[in-house]
Structure formats: structure tokens, C-alpha cells
Design a binder for this molecule. Structure first.
Ligand SMILES: [Fe+2]
Length: 380
């Protein structure tokens, strides 16, 4: 506890200077270098490399209200990154509560959050960020600018491509489209009109339509390319749960046979998937209560905590929204679109992704050696 408070105070005082002077970023390569590096992969150089590409997924984390949660996730990442080689961290948004970064000259809060990831291994990993609703409550451009002020933070734009070369010498890539959920939620004002205003997004605006156009172009491109081993999207709001994403966003994702959706927003961990021929039910149907629990911390649709699928068999939604803030009540549990397999609000933690051309393993970590749920997808 004392150590943590110490860290906070030190980083707060350091950040006063950081807010007026741009620091050098020598140890973590930026996205430009990352994308132009061909098959070379970011390596910490601290542990032996192997042929598996690994990254973390963290969401809804940038808060000190429940600081032990944030600290626990960061320590977990450090523990995992000290055992196996990870190349980067992606965020599924709500990076800085409650209102993102309102002023680029006042960076003590985001810098202090980032200071928690100060372990010798985790601190070498770049954070590739996406925006959550809280990040859009003020000018989200400040989170892009923050890339110039923090060594790990990499956000070149509000949406961008993150192409990770696989380390297995296959010459293939893990393609991850990093999306702006604040825009994608606002195709029109049918579901989220007031919410869009709060997120400073014009429903149906040119900027929103541009994002949708960009998304379809990229999906078309990468779904056709032989070098794409796996195709993923990362955005804050979960498309299986949000009505505002079901009408325009989800059909695109399904049309181009995306493998994985990495998401957050709900402050828990959950896994759900969707069959290719599934017909979205909610709305117009009203979801029914499937488990009338009042205090349960976990819901397991099937007892087994380890599932294996073939590529293309399902669209996988991985929700990692328990990165560091308070955990949200999961009861009573209602039906949702797709099939819900697992939901847990009992811990703060992260998801680790491990990929080769043949297989992706998604591990929900409650602790370094405690995987509470695991999903494998095989490309035969
Ligand atoms: Fe959120």
C-alpha cells in the first residue's frame, strides 16, 4: 500500500514537468516503426524468444478509485511477461476515468495510471489504445497527443490498423482493426442519440460515416489477403450486447468473417460466440432472464472452462472489461445475442492472447498461474 502511494506521489510530481515538455521515447518503438519492421517483432530481449506471438487485452482500467484492481492487473501482466515473451498491450477503452484527458497540459492522472505498469518487463511493452465512452466525454484527441508524452502510449489516430507479424516464420499476420466505438455507436440516433451527444459525436455525421467506410474497406482488404492469418477488431462497446451496433456494425463484421472481437465496457470478463447463420433476436424480441441470481460472481453456461473451435466455426467475442475499475453486478443474467458461455465479476485481471498461424489461445487470467477460462481456435 505504502509503495503504491509512493509511486503515485512520485509520478504526480514528475508529470508536472512531463506536461510541458515532451519526453524522448527511446525504449518502446512507435506504430510507424512497428508496421515498417516487416517480420521483425518487438522483443523485450529479457527472456528467450519462441515462435508464439503474444499480447495482452486490458479494458476499463484507468482509475484509482479501486486502485488495488489496477495494481493487480498490472502485476499480473508483469508476472506473465517475465515468463513468456509478449509483444504489446491493446486497450479496449475507458482508458482514463472519468473523462479521458480533458487537458493535454494536465497529465498527472494519465501519467500516474501508466506509472503503475512500471515492472521491468511490462514497462517495455507498447500500449495500442482504443477509445471508450469515458475517453470521449472530453476531447479524445488528447489521448492521441498523449502518445508524445508517454513512452508506452501509442495511439496514432482514433482508429487505425495494427498488423502484427506472427513469429512462427509463416509470413502471416494477426490483423487487428483498432476502432473508435464512440463513432461506431452513432450510425444514427435510433438507439444512442443522447449518449452520442455526451460522447461528443454527431449521430450519422460525416465523421461517423467515414469511419464505417474505412472499416468496410479494411475488412474487404484483409479478409481477401493470403497473409492474414487472423482477423480481429477491437472496440469498446460489445456488439453482441449493444443495440446500436447490431444493425450496421455487426453485419459488416460477420460478412467479412472476422475471427475475434476484443471488447470491454461492461466491468466484468466474459466470453460469447455467434454462429455464422445466427439471426439477431434482441430487439425485436425482449431478452428473458436465464439465471435469476442475486449475488453470483460467475456464470458458466457449460461446466467446462476450456473450449476449442475451428476457425470460421464461430465469431468470438472476448470481453475484457475488468482491468482496474469497480466490478459490475452480473445478476440477474439475461439472454443476449450469440451464445454466452462465461461471465465473471469476481476479479480484476487481463486477457492474454497467444497466436501462431495454426492456433490462437485466449486466456482469461485471474492471476499469473490462474486461468479462469480459456478458448482455443484452430486453423487446420
Ligand atoms: Fe465504458
Amino acid at each position: 500500500m505504502l509503495i503504491f502511494i509512493g509511486t503515485l506521489l512520485i509520478s504526480a510530481s514528475l508529470c508536472v514537468n512531463a506536461s510541458v515538455e515532451k519526453p524522448q521515447k527511446p525504449k518502446v518503438r512507435g506504430l510507424k516503426e512497428f508496421l515498417s519492421s516487416g517480420h521483425e517483432v518487438i522483443t523485450t530481449g529479457l527472456i528467450p524468444a519462441d515462435e508464439k506471438t503474444r499480447f495482452f487485452v486490458i479494458g476499463d482500467f484507468g482509475s484509482f478509485t479501486k486502485h488495488f484492481g489496477l495494481q493487480k492487473s498490472a502485476q499480473m501482466m508483469e508476472g506473465l511477461a517475465s515468463r513468456k515473451e509478449f509483444s504489446h498491450i491493446i486497450t479496449v477503452g475507458d482508458n482514463f476515468y472519468m473523462n479521458g484527458i480533458p487537458d493535454i497540459n494536465q497529465l498527472w492522472h494519465p501519467q500516474s495510471i501508466m506509472e503503475v505498469f512500471n515492472g521491468p518487463h511490462a514497462s517495455l511493452l507498447p500500449f495500442y489504445a482504443t477509445l471508450g465512452n469515458h475517453d470521449c466525454y472530453s476531447d479524445y484527441h488528447n489521448e492521441i497527443l498523449f502518445s508524445d508524452y508517454n513512452r508506452q502510449w501509442q495511439m496514432p489516430s482514433d482508429y487505425y490498423e495494427l498488423i502484427t507479424p506472427l513469429k512462427d516464420n509463416s509470413g502471416k499476420y494477426f490483423v487487428n482493426l483498432m476502432l473508435n466505438s464512440c463513432k461506431l455507436m452513432c450510425f444514427d440516433d435510433k438507439w444512442a442519440g443522447k449518449y452520442c451527444k455526451k460522447m461528443n459525436t454527431g449521430s450519422g455525421s460525416e465523421a461517423v460515416l467515414e469511419h464505417y467506410k474505412w472499416l468496410e474497406e479494411k475488412l474487404q482488404k484483409y479478409s481477401m489477403e493470403d497473409s492474414t492469418a487472423w482477423l480481429a477488431v477491437t472496440l469498446h462497446h460489445p456488439p453482441f450486447l449493444e443495440n446500436a451496433l447490431k444493425e450496421h456494425f455487426l453485419p459488416l463484421i460477420r460478412k467479412y468473417k472476422v475471427d475475434f472481437i476484443f471488447t470491454g465496457h461492461q466491468h466484468w470478463a466474459d466470453y460469447a460466440n455467434m454462429d455464422p447463420d445466427y439471426i439477431t433476436r434482441f430487439p425485436p424480441e425482449e431478452p428473458q432472464v436465464i439465471n435469476n441470481c442475486s449475488k453470483a460472481k460467475e456464470f458458466l453456461f457449460i461446466e467446462n472452462r476450456d473450449h476449442t473451435f475451428y476457425k470460421g466455426e464461430k465469431l468470438h467475442q472476448i470481453l475484457s472489461g475488468n482491468g482496474g475499475t469497480f466490478l459490475r453486478k452480473i445478476c440477474p443474467i439475461k439472454e443476449q445475442d450469440g451464445d454466452l458461455y462465461f461471465r465473471n465479476k469476481g476479479y480484476n485481471g487481463v486477457v492474454a492472447v497467444e497466436a501462431t498461424k495454426e492456433k490462437v489461445t485466449i486466456s482469461y487470467h485471474r492471476d499469473v498461474n490462474d486461468i479462469v477460462y480459456q478458448v482455443n481456435v484452430i486453423n487446420p
